[in-house]
Design a protein around this ligand. Structure first.
Ligand code: ADP
Length: 302
């Protein structure tokens, strides 16, 4: 609620459950994506991010709960929701026998863009994806990063109000990832609403206004990256290096003082040490979203 007026939501999930036999992939999930914001679903592998994305496109049907996308109820009104949304799947399903431009044209038809507007729509998509000079290349001649940019551009062809990006940079080299981030950031500044799943902490930190951390199908925390860091890890973290026995000692001392810790293999990080001086020498550093992620999901970063 903002000034007593409920923020208009592009996505609203309440108590959503999705089971696969004995596995509960999504477990009573609540999720709000306000219009005009970028929300990151951040979680380790198996947390339920992809399942949530599939529920939002009605590729999967929830067992329980309420789902609304752009004011349409799912699954009943999923066709209407899909017409105003752009979706990029995790797996590249581009037609590799066609050129970049032809791939975009196919989607311009699918989304029923009027003939008179098709050219402009394709040019805009090419420009956003920085693929203007590769328009005539067959998709199988493109690099992995270019293919991913095309996959996103294809989802934007009909100027959707909402874009769903499932792990937009998974499997790409770090330097290639930045090209995708620039594209997502440009979309964001145009005011397009974005929901993005990712297991890359840096991606969520850089792009998302709000991050929802998922673990075992549920939301374990949500907020802006900086609020989450402040709330769960404080301002300062003390990182102590040493042999396992020494680290165990430091961990016990921290716990004894009511402080939380996270391991990194060769060190132990004591969270929320802001101002505390009774600790052994170590490196003091600013707390970050990775600290929060590890604390809340129990995952180690490799
Ligand atoms: P994430 O995208 O966060 O890695 P997923 O949504 O893919 O997580 O998976 C969540 C859980 O649901 C996992 O335990 C996964 O094995 C299980 N799961 C996902 N899809 C299926 C399916 N089609 N059949 C059976 N189990 C599934």
């Amino acid at each position: 609620m903002l000034n007593g007026v409920e923020h208009e939501l592009a996505i609203r999930l309440r108590g959503v459950v999705k089971r696969y036999g004995p596995i509960t992939a999504v477990d009573h999930l609540d999720l709000d994506v306000p219009l005009g914001t970028c929300v990151g679903l951040l979680g380790p592998n198996g947390a339920g991010k992809s399942t949530t994305m599939r529920l939002l496109t009605a590729q999967s049907i929830a067992d329980e709960g309420e789902l609304e996308v752009l004011g349409f109820r799912l699954p009943e009104e999923s066709k209407m929701a899909r017409a105003q949304s752009g979706v990029t799947p995790q797996l590249d399903n581009l037609d590799t026998t066609l050129t970049v431009e032809q791939n975009l044209l196919v989607f311009a038809h699918l989304y029923r863009i009027a003939r008179a507007d098709r050219r402009a729509a394709i040019e805009r998509a090419l420009e956003m994806a920085m693929l203007g000079d590769r328009r005539a290349s067959r998709v199988d001649k493109l690099s992995g990063g270019m293919r991913r940019r095309l996959l996103i551009a294809r989802a934007l062809i009909h100027r959707p109000r909402l874009v769903l990006l499932d792990e937009p940079t998974v499997g790409l080299d770090p330097q290639v990832r930045q090209g995708i981030w620039a594209l997502i950031d440009a979309l964001r500044s145009e005011g397009t609403t974005i929901l993005m799943s990712t297991h890359y902490i840096e991606e969520a930190q850089r792009l998302a206004d709000t991050v929802l951390i998922m673990s075992h199908g549920s939301a374990v925390a949500s907020g802006s990256p900086s609020d989450l860091v402040l709330e769960h890890a404080g301002r300062e973290v003390l990182e102590v290096y040493g042999q396992p026995a020494r680290l165990a000692e430091v961990e016990a001392q921290a716990k004894g003082e009511g402080l939380q810790t996270r391991g990194t293999g060769t060190s132990i990080s004591i969270l929320n040490v802001d101002g505390a001086t009774s600790f052994p020498a170590g490196e003091r550093r600013a707390a970050n979203l990775e600290d929060v992620f590890v604390l809340l999901t129990g995952e180690e970063i490799t």
